[in-house]
Design a protein around this ligand. Structure first.
Ligand code: DAH
Length: 345
C-alpha cells in the first residue's frame, strides 16, 4: 500500500510539474486532490485496514496530500505569472506608432450665436426658456393680438397641422405663454426663448422657410421705451463691439405698440457702405417694441402692466458675424463649412 501511495505521489508530481497551462493544472487538482480523486478514494478505503497499518498509511496519505497541495499551489502561482507576462508582452504598446485621428464635432454656428446672445441676456438677469415648436393658434396668434382675420397673419400662417395647431411662426409664442401664466404676486418677468420657427417664405440666399429666433421680453413696473432703447444698445455693443451704433425705425407688429425695426451699423464696413449692407451702412437685426396692452388683456392680465419685447433672427446675425454668404449653408450639413467653426467658442 505504501508503495502504491508513493507511486501515486511520483506520478502526480510529474504531472503537476509538467503542466503548461492553468486549465491543465486545474484538471490535475480534480484528478489528484479533489473529492473523487484517487487519493481520496484511497483514504476512504483505509477503514478496512488493521489499526496499526491504518495509522502508518493514514499519516503517509496525509503527508502526500499536503505535499501535493503545496506543489500544486506553487505551480499555479508560476503559471499565473507566466500567463500574465505573456499577455503583457503581447499587448505591449508601441508608442512610436502614428496615432489615429479622432474626429470630434464642433458646435454649429447657429448654436454659437445663440450661446453668445444668451450670455448677454443672462448677464442682465433674463432666464432662458424653451417652448413648443408645434403651437396652438391661440398662443401663436390670438393672444398676441393677431385675431383670425387679421391681415398681418398673411405673412406668417403657413404650416398648419390641424385647423388650430401649426408649426410656430415665431418664438413670440412664449411671450403669450409666460404672460398667461403670470401670477398676481409676480412683479417682474424677464425671459428669452430660443428655437426654430417656420413660415412661408422664399428659399434663397437670405430667406428660408425654417429659421431660428431669440425672442425676449421684460415686464416690470414703470418700464418705458428708454429701457428698451438702452437694452438694444447694450446688446449690440456686446455682440458687435463697442463702436456699434443702433438706429430705430418705426414699424408695425400687432403685439407691440409702438413697434420698431432695429438696425445696427454694418459690421463689415463699419457704416461706410458695402455690398453686405447694400451701401446703406446699416443692417436690420431685430423687431421690438412696447408690449401692446391688448396682449396683456388677452393673456388675462391688467392692461396697466408695462414692458417691452424683441425678436432677433439668429441666421442673420450668424451670417453677419461669420461672413456667411448664403443662409442655406447652415442647413446643408457640408462638413467643410461646419469644420471652420470647430475652434470657435
Ligand atoms: N415676432 C416677430 C417676427 O417674427 C419679431 C418680433 C418683433 C418679436 C417685435 C417681438 C417683438 O417680440 O416685440 O417677425
Amino acid at each position: 500500500m505504501e508503495q502504491q501511495l508513493n507511486d501515486l505521489l511520483a506520478q502526480a508530481k510529474k504531472a503537476i510539474a509538467s503542466s503548461t497551462s492553468l486549465e491543465q493544472l486545474n484538471n490535475l487538482q480534480v484528478e489528484y486532490l479533489g473529492k473523487k480523486s484517487v487519493l481520496n478514494e484511497f483514504l476512504k478505503g483505509m477503514k478496512d485496514l488493521p489499526h496499526e497499518e491504518r495509522l502508518i498509511v493514514g499519516q503517509l496519505a496525509n503527508k502526500i496530500k499536503g505535499e501535493l497541495t503545496a506543489l500544486w499551489q506553487a505551480t499555479r502561482k508560476e503559471l499565473e505569472l507566466a500567463e500574465l507576462t505573456a499577455k503583457l508582452n503581447e499587448e505591449k504598446i508601441d508608442v512610436t506608432l502614428p496615432g489615429f485621428n479622432i474626429n470630434s464635432a464642433g458646435r454649429h454656428p447657429l448654436m454659437l450665436v445663440i450661446e453668445e446672445i444668451t450670455n448677454v441676456f443672462n448677464g442682465l438677469g433674463y432666464d432662458v426658456i424653451f417652448g413648443p415648436e408645434v403651437e396652438s393658434d391661440e398662443f401663436n396668434f390670438q393672444k398676441l393680438n393677431l385675431p383670425k382675420d387679421h391681415p398681418a397673419r398673411d405673412m406668417q400662417d403657413t404650416f398648419y397641422i390641424t385647423e388650430s395647431t401649426l408649426l410656430r411662426t415665431h418664438c413670440t409664442n412664449m411671450t403669450a405663454r409666460m404672460l398667461s401664466q403670470m401670477q398676481d404676486n409676480e412683479e417682474v418677468i424677464a425671459v428669452i426663448s430660443a428655437g426654430n420657427t417656420y413660415r412661408r417664405d422664399d428659399d434663397d440666399a437670405t430667406h428660408s422657410h425654417q429659421f431660428m429666433q431669440i425672442d425676449g421680453f421684460l415686464v416690470a413696473p414703470n418700464i418705458s421705451f428708454a429701457n428698451l432703447k438702452w437694452t438694444i444698445q447694450y446688446f449690440c455693443e456686446r455682440m458687435f463691439g463697442e463702436n456699434a451704433k443702433t438706429r430705430l425705425r418705426p414699424s408695425f407688429f400687432p403685439f407691440t405698440e409702438p413697434s420698431v425695426e432695429v438696425d445696427v451699423t454694418c459690421i463689415c464696413c463699419g457704416g461706410q457702405g458695402c455690398s453686405i449692407c447694400k451701401k446703406t451702412g446699416w443692417i436690420e437685426i431685430m423687431g421690438a417694441g412696447m408690449i401692446n396692452p391688448l396682449v396683456y388683456e388677452a393673456c388675462g392680465q391688467s392692461k396697466d402692466l408695462t414692458g417691452f419685447a424683441f425678436g432677433i433672427g439668429i441666421e442673420r446675425i450668424a451670417m453677419l458675424k461669420y461672413g456667411v454668404d448664403d443662409i442655406r449653408r447652415f442647413y446643408t450639413n457640408n462638413i467643410k463649412f461646419l469644420e471652420q467653426f470647430r475652434n470657435f467658442n
